[in-house]
Design a protein around this ligand. Sequence first.
Ligand code: ICE
Length: 542
Amino acid sequence: MGMKNKKDLAKFRETVIEKYPNKVAKKRAKAIINNDPENIPEIQANIRTIPGIITQRGCTYAGCKGVVLGPTRDIVNITHGPIGCGFYSWLTRRNQTSTTSDADENFIPYCFSTDMQDSNIVFGGEDKLKQAVREAVELFNPKAVAIFSTCPVGLIGDDVHKVAEQMREEFDNKINVFGFSCEGYRGVSQSAGHHIANNELYRNLIGNDDTMVGSAKYRINMLGEYNIGGDAFEIERIFEKCGIQLVSTFSGNSTISSFEQAHTADLSLVMCHRSINYVAEMLETSFGIPWIKVNLIGADSTAKALRKIAAYFEDDELKAKVEEVIAEEMKDVNAAREAVLPKTTGKSAMLFVGGSRAHHYQDLFEELEIKTIAAGYEFGHRDDYEGRRVIPSIKIDADSRNIEEITVKRDEKRYKERMTKEKLEELQKQVDLEYNDYKGLMPQMEKGTLVIDDLSHYEMDKLIEMYQPDIFCAGVKEKYVVQKMGVPLKQLHNYDSGGPYAGFKGAINFYNDIAMMVSTSIWKEVKAPWEKEEMIEAVYAC
Ligand code: ICE
């Protein structure tokens, strides 16, 4: 097989750049980096994809409606736009939910859309939107209705926020109706949609309800976990076993009241930093709830996260409990790992996905002794690559110039209660320690490995052709192309039909699935018709 040394990897950049037109080559050169963890290089990230290049990225609407708000079960999420936007974001992410009784609402299986037609584009769609909200309320009587804007909404100037306000009044403020200006074109990727979603969650929900649910001593928020393939169920199981109470999860297996009560927690854990760091910052700035970065993908990383929580609360009882749980869980994990290592050790992987998983899943691959030789995000920012504490969300960064600045309101009473000056200093010291531990993708990867932002389809083809990895991780748009090139592909967005992969039990699932994939040669056996038969090729005259 191809890639065996790092010198080989160094050739990639010039090989692909050479084929691009000058202007394109100049831009792409800044996004294709030979990594050096000792001396982190600067990478170009979070800029507009060059027109004509096939990107892996999605749109702002996808990041807002699909990613952040999608996994909430008791909000009616209405897509204001042509039916395609609602339809293609319907259940494709495999975010799961659980209801405790039949009385619990669950709107996730539904697709709500205003189904805009030509006449709405010409004459405006606000009336149709109002009608849709009324209809949804009449049929489902939800606690809240959220409205998501698609591209045409911004282009024709429908005001979803005004409509939301009017509808709230119409329902005597008994139903919370709020809108998102998350038109697909607003940012350069999903990332802008996350930001918009974070702002509106903060503006419309967080802090609305002071009820302290539950009596556990340790109360936390889990931010940036979306219950793909049941990940949140495994995480909930582990926390419960340790006696840690999850006040809210943003937004795997979540409910509207858990969002409204998020400010009653004592600590926020941030898993997918890219999509939710803004909420984390706002919770810290407004309510004095500090956040720490964790990764619950990988058994060792899960153990580490639990130890961080115990260290934060400085409680010997919790520390002991956490150690007990880790020891118990690791028995099965280690057995499963030992069993598959002969199949996985020494293999190579490439990971190109999203804004955090290309990084987080490297922990699981390390546990399998599989080396990640090339990786990158679709829409990560430089902090996700380079690994440093982020700029607070209240300072809007360059890419989000279209995003309205949100004024962070501080709950002075609650903030002061929590934050004596000494306590703040002490917390900051502790939390800063944790931040130092927050590694981006580049510090984790070995010297000489490839880090590529917003990988193009052409570059993906070349990567596979030149280095023949044993497994490639990306999404459905890449899956079948990669398999036809003889390499197995694991979807890291929706886990194909697998999962959970988080926590301890999830790690075991992942070990087994990956061992199976890297030890089959089926994709190399499959030949396209033109590879085995003589074909007549047409030659066109220019
Ligand atoms: Fe965060 Mo697909 Fe989730 Fe990440 Fe984000 Fe997306 Fe999911 Fe992927 C996501 S929130 S939908 S962990 S937008 S799998 S960054 S691309 S790597």
